[in-house]
Design a protein around this ligand. Sequence first.
Ligand SMILES: [Zn+2]
Ligand SMILES: [Zn+2]
Length: 256
Amino acid sequence: MRFASLGSGSKGNSTIIQSDNTCIMIDCGFSVKDCVRRLERLNKTPNDIDAILVTHEHSDHWKGVLPLATRYSIDIYITSGCLRASGLDANSYLGINLIDSHKAFKIGDIEVKPIPVPHDANEPVQFILQDANSRFGILTDVGSITPYIIEQYSGCNGLLLEANHDLQLLQSGSYPRFLKDRVGGQWGHLNNQQTADLLNVIDHSCIQQLVIGHISLSNNSKQLAKASIENVYKGAANIIYADQEEGFDWLHLSAL
Ligand SMILES: [Zn+2]
Ligand SMILES: [Zn+2]
């Protein structure tokens, strides 16, 4: 299995996971044109994508999903709460597959497990994807850590984890009060310290590739995230910091 990102942050997110015979996109917060351009960097076209999984309806994740899916006839997998929040119904597009946020399902040779998370969206989920050889987890847009998150994200080989903001920078920054409360609250985003703590409490012994993403351009920096996380987390894996514009290139997970 290998994974890559078309971009990561509040201006747009999209992650690609590729197994032996299946290619899955998680979210698409970019226009079709922008998405195609970004896919080219990874030597992919929309025709290579078997399915798009949707985490939640915020535009940095959802904006390009339906335009891309309808244009290239790609299946969409989405919770009913998220679909409702996006203003569509299951008949809006033939390729819509409603998922149970507590139930795993298969796409090709990949088992997809939705993980319900606390975030200020409608029935938001994150995902763990597993093939015969490895296990990849994505966890962004989550305001607080639940016991279920700790249990499920333990034992991943590849992990894309949010470190959205530096708490001090958020509090002293230019955001209006309501937005500071939203971003930093229980239903907002993880700060650097929460991310570092999470890495220490999950079983991180199997991590081969660790990426920190959804780093705020206003309330954080790669340097701040790196300093907070690498000060606390002593796991073996080298840490990559995802970029809003560049995402990150293919990262390979070797067989267990
Ligand atoms: Zn987001
Ligand atoms: Zn969000």
